[in-house]
Design a protein around this ligand. Structure first.
Ligand code: MG
Length: 386
């Protein structure tokens, strides 16, 4: 049995991971769960998985859950806040931590998990965008594996396998294209509902909006560059509406390796948690004759400005990707709250990055500081346009 902890247990990846674990029977023991404010779901997860430690966002909720656990005679200890997240990330008996929190909040617990020698199944792409080189160096030092849970990166990881990294010619990251790659709809008229209607993947709200603006692909290109040590000019994006090919690697000799399956996050989650083993199949098996057609197109960088912004920020490097990602998080939140229009998301991000002077740094505090300032700058840019 593998002992694991999940950061972000009530989110889209966290719940799918727990569904998968429940099906495997005796392959995994869930030792720790960290969640936000969905305390009813946390209670259900405690009943089902009996973790030794749980953490939630705030103190009041943690007290409510602790009392409830005591009444039920569960031995679960309940924590809260950033310290709580770090506790769950560093539980002594845990071997692999699944980090599936959304946004920059995932960075410090991720580093804590690495420092305490845990392998990390990583779904939190924002922390790699913020501080990728620091994370990868730290993981190398501690001799722990960073196993990508993002479907594209899981695909690339599998395609590279034991190949020599020097043999890689380019990475081809596929994108469903989101709901608007073919649409002629004016971006200012796109509603929250339109943008949340993703054609192929079932995901959390923030990433679904990022998929609609294609910022998600920009973040993923940066994530891939960091994870696999491939420069941005060797990373291309291909729109692939069927979401069957999850990404590809082209090698020097012209060989292209691809990983295919039906679009279901269970597989990349399972691969990262079970690695290096492959056991049972929990998804619908792929029938290519039934799919019949696989299409690929290059994306329109002019229409999807976020993609352009992400590539430019990655080339500048230093603190710039962190600033971009932070500004994007704020803009997406305002869009989801109905407070700004869809077409304003790239404009807000652009306003914030234009004012930022990127610095190269190995100091995590400086990156966190740049992230905080970017959030303030994004809020004030939003105030000006509203
Ligand atoms: Mg992805």
């Amino acid at each position: 049995m593998k002992n694991i902890s999940i950061l972000g247990s009530t989110g889209s990846i966290g719940t799918q991971a727990l569904d998968f674990i429940a099906k495997t029977k005796n392959e995994f023991k869930v030792c720790g769960l960290a969640a936000g404010t969905n305390i009813e779901l946390v209670k259900k997860q405690i009943v089902k998985f009996k973790p030794s430690m749980v953490s939630v966002s705030n103190k009041e909720d943690s007290e409510i859950i602790q009392k409830w656990c005591n009444n039920k005679k569960y031995k679960t200890k309940v924590f809260f806040g950033k310290e709580g997240l770090i506790k769950i990330a560093t539980i002594k008996e845990v071997e692999t931590v699944l980090s599936s929190v959304v946004g920059a909040v995932g960075l410090e617990p991720l580093l804590a998990a690495i420092d305490s020698g845990k392998n990390v199944a990583l779904a939190n792409k924002e922390s790699l965008v913020m501080a990728g080189s620091i994370i990868m160096e730290r993981a190398k030092e501690k001799n722990v594996a960073i196993l990508p849970v993002d479907s594209e990166h899981s695909a690339i990881f599998q395609c590279i396998g034991k190949e020599n990294k020097k043999s890689i010619k380019r990475l081809l990251i596929t994108a469903s294209g989101g709901p608007f790659y073919k649409s002629n709809k004016n971006f200012s008229d796109i509603t929250v509902e339109d943008a949340l209607a993703h054609p192929t993947w079932k995901m959390g709200r923030k990433i679904t909006i990022d998929s609609a603006t294609l910022m998600n692909k920009g973040l993923e290109a940066i994530e891939a560059s960091v994870l696999f040590g491939v420069p941005m000019d060797k990373i291309d994006i291909l729109i692939h509406p069927q979401s069957i090919v999850h990404s590809m690697v082209e090698f020097n000799d012209g060989c292209v390796m691809a990983q295919l399956s039906n679009p279901d996050m269970t597989l990349p989650i399972q691969y990262a948690l079970s690695y290096p083993d492959r056991k049972n199949c929990y998804i619908k098996r792929l029938d290519l004759a039934q799919v019949a057609k696989l299409e690929f197109f290059y994306p329109d960088f002019k229409k999807f400005q976020c993609l352009n912004i992400a590539y430019n920020c990655a080339k500048i490097g230093g603190t710039m990707p962190a600033v971009m990602s932070a500004a994007n998080e704020v803009a997406v939140r305002y869009f989801l709250d109905g407070k700004i229009k869809f077409n304003m998301i790239p404009k807000i991000v652009e306003t914030v990055i234009k004012k930022h002077k990127a610095v190269k740094t190995k100091d995590i505090n400086k990156i966190v500081e740049a992230d905080k300032r970017a959030r303030i700058a994004a809020e004030s840019a939003i105030l000006k346009i509203r």
